[in-house]
Design a protein around this ligand. Structure first.
Ligand code: ACO
Length: 428
């Protein structure tokens, strides 16, 4: 017998089907709630209890600290696979064969040039513009330069749009960085792999031959794999919502970049480093910042702590912490922020405020320390996150379109003024 959810209101009983996921998650399906009850809706600010879709891409159990893509553990993928291999898995559902991988990589490489006129748009930005704003705008501009991909009707057209954005997005990201630095713009070198290309485009200068560092490349690849997908987070939900109106992939991803930018989401990696630097500047008084974070009259939050879904530990944070130690040792860097971060973590994890609320370090707590060790400037941290998250956004957008999901349009509970008569300005 299938399960049902029951809802009673004013003596009437309503029954709703219950759906059970492959990992035994349970959802009450309330599609008919409003119709059957004559207008009752659910109210769930921040969507803390609301599933917006069914998805086959990522399984996350926040209580147990589990993260799997298409059934594969994040720990295995981060340690054993390449960035594009994981991207293929997330987007298309299976790990690629050698042949499938070679075609996928070659198709992306065919798309590593962007229209030269994009440079005119870039020129229009002030040099100090935040690269996330620049990246969001340039990604949206891809729609204007590739109008044939604004509406895709077949899987083939979708594939072309996907390989296009995977090819061009890192170029736009690198150019956003070069603009900040006042440095010449680099083009991709298709003899390099995806990650090497990103680093090369960010750092190559015309006067010197570029020589990559394998330690930096390996660490960057692992970090970006860890960011690839995280089911229905703020930016991914944004991508799906924008795409649900059949806006183009490029426009949807541009909206995702904007959502990721905020300090409560991807922008936290920049905010963490700024917070750690402030603590060091103020003499390293970790306890003072813990007290500020606990003070309900102070808006300060411990950046890099807490997560909407993880209430035990963030498995990505564990891997990143391990990696931060290794990368700093490999590169021979002694970074005081790592020591402060570890101290802060230790104090917070033993403090009842953080324990009771199940607040643990999240993916952003240690990632900034690695980015900095790898030579990435602080304003680019969230851009690196966006490059990492791109395959996840694509996969989620594709799944939403392939499932013919309806346009996203939440309801609301109106709590404003009831009907009143207009008064002319002289009467007010
Ligand atoms: N510092 C201090 N207190 C915190 C923190 C924090 N970082 N995070 C949550 N709390 C407290 C809240 O004040 C609240 O306390 P209360 O119950 O006494 O009112 C309680 O913990 C629950 O917090 P919520 O805000 O309800 O949790 P929510 O799931 O809405 O927010 C979020 C999650 C936004 C990540 C939050 O923990 C936060 O702001 N963290 C800092 C920013 C950050 O690191 N963001 C990156 C997240 S990972 C990512 O997006 C890639």
């Amino acid at each position: 017998m299938s399960e049902i959810g029951v809802f009673e209101f004013k003596g009437k009983r309503y029954e709703f089907p219950v759906e059970i996921g492959t990992e035994n998650e349970i959802a009450i399906e309330i599609k008919r709630l409003r119709g059957d009850t004559g207008g009752i809706i659910t109210l769930d600010p921040g969507f803390k209890n609301t599933g917006s879709c069914k998805s086959e891409i990522t399984f996350l159990n926040g209580e147990k600290g589990i993260l799997r893509h298409r059934g594969y553990a994040i720990e295995d993928l981060a340690k054993k696979a390449s960035f594009l291999e994981v991207a293929y898995l997330i987007i298309f559902g299976e790990l690629p064969t050698q042949e499938q991988f070679a075609k996928f990589e070659a198709d992306i490489k065919k798309n590593t040039l962007v229209n030269e006129e994009i440079k005119d748009i870039l020129d229009g930005f002030p040099r100090a513009a935040h690269p996330m704003g620049v990246l969001s705008s340039l990604t949206s501009a891809l729609t204007a330069f590739n109008p044939e991909y604004t509406d895709v009707h077949s899987e083939e057209e979708m594939y072309d749009a996907i390989t296009k954005i995977l090819g061009k997005f890192p170029v736009l990201a690198a150019w956003a960085h070069s603009k900040n630095e006042g440095a010449p713009l680099n083009y991709a070198d298709n003899s390099l792999d995806y990650i090497e290309n990103i680093l090369m485009m960010m750092y190559k200068v015309p006067t010197t031959a570029y020589k990559g560092n394998p330690i930096v490349k390996k660490a960057m690849e692992q970090l970006l794999i860890l960011h690839q997908d995280h089911e229905q987070n703020c930016s991914t939900s944004t991508v799906r919502l924008v795409g649900s109106s059949h806006a183009s992939l490029f426009a949807s991803i541009s909206a995702g970049v904007s959502a990721l930018w905020g300090p409560l989401h991807g922008g936290a990696n920049q905010a963490v480093i700024e917070m750690l630097e402030e603590i060091i500047k103020g003499g390293g008084d970790v306890e003072k910042y813990i007290a500020k974070a606990k003070d309900k009259n102070d808006p300060f939050r411990l950046m890099g702590f807490g997560h909407r879904v993880y209430k035990n530990f963030d498995p990505r944070a564990l891997l990143i912490k391990e990696s931060a130690d290794a990368v700093l040792a490999d590169l021979g860097i002694a970074d005081p922020t790592l020591e402060v971060a570890k101290h802060l973590e230790e104090v917070a994890l033993n403090d009842p405020y953080f324990k009771e609320r199940k607040l643990f370090p999240n993916v952003d707590f240690y990632s900034g320390i690695i980015y900095r060790a790898l030579g990435i400037p602080v304003e680019m941290f969230t851009v690196m996150f966006a490059i990492g998250r791109l395959p996840g956004w694509i996969a989620q957008w594709k799944e939403m379109r392939m499932n013919n999901e309806p346009i996203g349009r939440p309801r609301q509970l109106y709590i404003g003024k009831t009907k009143r008569d207009y008064k002319t300005m002289s009467e007010r």
